[in-house]
Design a protein around this ligand. Structure first.
Ligand SMILES: Nc1ncnc2c1ncn2[C@@H]1O[C@H](COP(=O)(O)OP(=O)(O)O)[C@@H](O)[C@H]1O
Ligand SMILES: [Mg+2]
Length: 334
């Protein structure tokens, strides 16, 4: 990728360059910052969901440690790209053989997505870590620390990254909106955040995609990009069904799926979310969520999506009837 192209990808353009630019993960930032300031870091393991700042923090640490000469002292390997541990080992060897340039007595190897390494590869990595421990520090990232061998974990200080909170993501989005001249309504931000589920990379990518249509970001525009059913449309389908109007519910559903070309699975996901906002008993919500799960299972198994969805809204119709018949608080099976 050329630098020019990179600068146009917002996740790169807005990748924090200093500790202070990062949002959320407060405890982690505090501890990693103080370790870095001491100019001596242990091996680090950053565990947690995608798009929460693991790679970003690794780079910040390296830049902070080595300043201008960071490129000479830093090797980045992506475990899921590299073919086999032999490649990893050879690269580590070649890199670790020469001494660090500057005042820091070690170099840093960033092993991204370390949980993609097989058990055997991790065994080998463990020996490599031991062999080069005086000249190299490893910073590793993974989604699940449980997939990293205990002997490796025990050599690292482990930091657990959390999905980012709404207020933290908002800080980054506000910055981007201001710099790029976008206007984002509060509802649009809610839609963005909901679609991202706390993954900052996804939020930024979504925002960039949406802004290529218009700088005035609205929930509808975001939903076009996410190409998921709009919550408000799904609510109409469910309201019809619960009130016993199967015909209109079915028509609205068809409408959503055909006109907006949304897949059955996306409709089901939207229904699953929307169930919890319906003005119905909790036990009914649970029963309907179960039904929704069954429908999804059958879809994944390859059965006709429209038939499955029709059957699903039929369950909602029945649930609505039961709710009325049995009165509030007493809810029969679906
Ligand atoms: N904590 C954070 N603070 C600010 N920006 C973040 C944060 N986490 C992720 N980002 C944004 O999302 C992008 C992807 O983050 P990255 O660190 O690569 O995620 P991962 O945890 O998957 O390694 C970054 O370029 C940055 O723009
Ligand atoms: Mg990463």
């Amino acid at each position: 990728m050329s630098d020019q192209f990179n600068s146009e990808v917002w996740t790169e353009k807005y990748r924090p360059k200093k500790f202070e630019d990062m949002v959320g993960q407060e405890e982690i930032l505090k501890r990693v910052k103080s370790l870095t300031n001491s100019m001596n870091i242990p091996h680090l393991l950053f565990a947690g969901p995608a798009g929460t700042g693991k790679s970003t923090l690794a780079l910040i640490v390296v830049k902070q440690l080595f300043g201008e000469s960071w490129r000479d002292n830093y090797l980045e390997l992506n475990a899921s790209d590299e073919r086999g541990i032999d490649v990893v080992r050879q690269k580590v060897k070649d890199f670790a053989r020469t001494k660090a340039i500057g005042n820091v007595p070690f170099k840093v190897i960033f092993l991204d997505e370390a949980d993609a390494l097989t058990r055997e590869a991790q065994q080998a990595l463990r020996r490599t870590m031991e062999n080069y421990t005086s000249t190299c520090r490893f910073v590793m990232s993974c989604n699940y620390s449980s997939k990293i061998l205990d002997p490796i974990q025990s050599r690292c200080v482990v930091f657990r990254f959390q999905l980012l909170e709404k207020k933290d993501i908002k800080k980054r989005i506000d910055l981007i909106a201001e710099t790029e001249g976008l206007s984002i309504t509060a509802e649009a931000f809610d839609a963005l955040y909901e679609a991202s589920e706390g993954d900052c990379r996804r939020v930024i990518n979504l925002l960039q995609a949406t802004s290529s249509i218009s700088p005035n970001i609205t929930p509808d525009l975001i939903n076009t990009i996410v190409s998921k059913a709009k919550p408000s449309d799904i609510k109409v389908v469910l309201d019809y069904a619960l009130s016993g109007d199967f015909q209109n519910s079915r028509e609205k559903l068809l409408d959503i799926m055909l006109k907006e070309s949304i897949s059955g699975q996306d409709v089901i996901k939207a229904i699953q979310k929307e169930v919890w906002n319906l003005p119905i008993d909790n036990s009914l919500k649970v029963a309907l969520t179960e039904k929704t799960g069954e429908a999804e299972f059958r879809l994944v198994e390859g059965s006709d999506e429209f038939i499955q969805l029709e059957a699903l809204i039929a369950s909602f119709v029945l649930a609505g009837e039961n709710q009325v018949r049995e009165g509030a608080g007493v809810v029969g099976g679906v």
